[in-house]
Design a protein around this ligand. Structure first.
Ligand code: GKR
Ligand code: MG
Length: 434
């Protein structure tokens, strides 16, 4: 490829660690730090594009391994970049190696997502338009998100470890408080909704037995007068029998039930027994899964994640397929910072029809890597940044600080099971717990 001002000159990869409270899920508990990777793509013309993806050592090493192949490629030609990434890691192609964990581990989609978002950021800066414009046009300035509740142990994570900051108030206090009881989770819901004005709520489950978690979900439903759209997600750790039993109890009370059981077949069987809206970020997770999904009707709503579906344009393609085949669309989330948030906001801004408030873990992190600090969530919405590209920039001091956290904390990959075993040596990840 001939060198132009749009050719990639350099790629800077910075692993970071950001404080994360001890949130519970079906595989264990979050470690005191969530890992992310910040990517900076710099063109020959001197323009920098940025992106953020989930962190782990393998992904970081894979990006560094492929970096020489990427130098010289044109940021306006993401398909060429994808071909280079896919041919460097042929065994990691779309649909493979998803694993059974609640989060995705595939290398190609992560690396390509990081590169594509950074390229789109550069294109926006070059063309003086926003990424949402490049995704087909800006349909709205406010993008709605849902409150994301977690059962949790006491503590804020990060530098505080499991200690409480006794001066905290409002959401910050609730963010640190233990929430394992029914009243604890309701307090968390109220504090989160008061602080950010969310208009729908999701409870992450799969840790406690279903009878307790279902009871708590129904208590949240009642605490908000039965008017708040509610989602519940045990991350597929229920058997089909358990799923059918509790889905019947939820009927008419949930906006949707997310991944009650494992795999498209079981989801479809549950749906045949109980006609309740089902969503997934676990059984239909790549384009290769779509024929199977359509054949058996495993879910009504597909939760994309641009880090897992190969970028923002792929996410828009998935949206189109969802609309074509009568499926709802929304976005999944893991612990993340403002650059990933900006990517989600640009997708939300570009969707012709907005179905369901997006998931976000964002309130659980109390610091950020972008200039100006965390993006505001007001009335449940994040306002689309006004600047060109993603509209957010890296705060160099914060980047250095969070990189130092990474070097100091000693974590190299997410391992909620190992973290949980520090508290309960008998804890083990299982496919079906209940
Ligand atoms: O962060 O603990 C967590 C969640 O369980 C996350 O890993 C899931 O990927 O939030 C996600 C989900 O909706 O399944
Ligand atoms: Mg989920």
């Amino acid at each position: 490829m001939t060198k132009t001002s749009h050719s990639i000159k350099d790629i800077i990869v910075t692993p970071i660690a950001v404080g994360d409270p001890p949130l519970l899920n079906c595989v264990g508990v979050h470690a005191p730090f969530a890992l992310r990777i910040i990517l900076e793509v710099i063109t020959e013309g001197g323009v920098t594009g940025i992106s953020e993806i989930p962190g782990n050592k393998e992904t970081e090493e894979a990006i560094l391994r492929i970096k020489p192949e990427l130098i010289g490629l044109d940021v306006f030609q993401p398909n060429h970049i994808l071909r280079t990434v896919a041919s460097t890691f042929p065994d990691q192609s779309d649909g493979e190696n998803r694993g059974g964990a609640p989060w995705d581990q595939r290398i190609v989609v992560h690396i390509f997502s990081a590169l594509e978002v950074a390229c789109l950021d550069i294109m926006g800066k070059e063309l003086n338009c926003r990424v949402s414009d490049l995704l087909g046009g800006t349909m709205r300035e406010q993008v709605p998100f849902a409150a994301y509740l977690f059962y949790k142990f006491k503590g804020a994570g990060g530098q505080f470890g499991y200690e409480l900051d006794s001066n905290a108030t409002g959401w910050d206090k609730a963010r640190q408080a233990e929430a394992t009881s029914t009243s604890g989770i309701i307090d968390q819901a109220v504090a989160m909704c008061e602080a950010f004005g969310y208009k729908s709520i999701k409870l992450k489950g799969g840790f406690f037995p279903p009878d307790k978690e279902v009871e708590d979900t129904l208590a949240i439903h009642k605490a908000f007068d039965g008017t708040m759209p509610l989602r519940y997600d045990p991350n597929a750790v229920w058997s089909l029998e358990t799923g059918i039993k509790w889905a019947k109890v939820f009927k008419g009370k949930l906006e949707y039930l997310e991944d009650p059981v494992r795999g498209q077949k079981n989801m479809a069987l549950l749906k045949k027994e109980v006609n309740i809206p089902l969503a997934t970020n676990m059984c239909t997770t790549s384009f290769k899964d779509l024929p199977g999904s359509l054949q058996v009707h495993s879910e009504d709503i597909i939760l994309s994640d641009h880090h897992f579906w190969g970028g923002l344009r792929s996410t828009m393609e998935l949206y189109k397929i969802c609309k074509t085949f009568g499926r709802g669309f929304s976005m999944h989330s893991n612990s993340h910072l403002g650059i990933s948030m900006a990517g989600m906001v640009h997708i939300g801004a570009a969707l012709p029809v907005f179905d369901h408030e997006f998931d976000t873990h964002y309130p659980w992190q109390n610091e950020d890597v972008i200039v100006g600090g965390k993006l505001k969530v007001e009335e449940g919405c994040v306002t689309l940044p006004t600047g060109p590209g993603l509209g957010v920039e890296i705060d160099r001091i914060q980047l250095q600080k969070l990189h130092q956290n990474y070097l100091d904390c000693g974590l190299t990959r997410r391992d909620d099971e190992a973290e949980m075993q520090k508290l309960d040596p008998n804890w083990k990840i299982v496919d079906t717990r209940y």
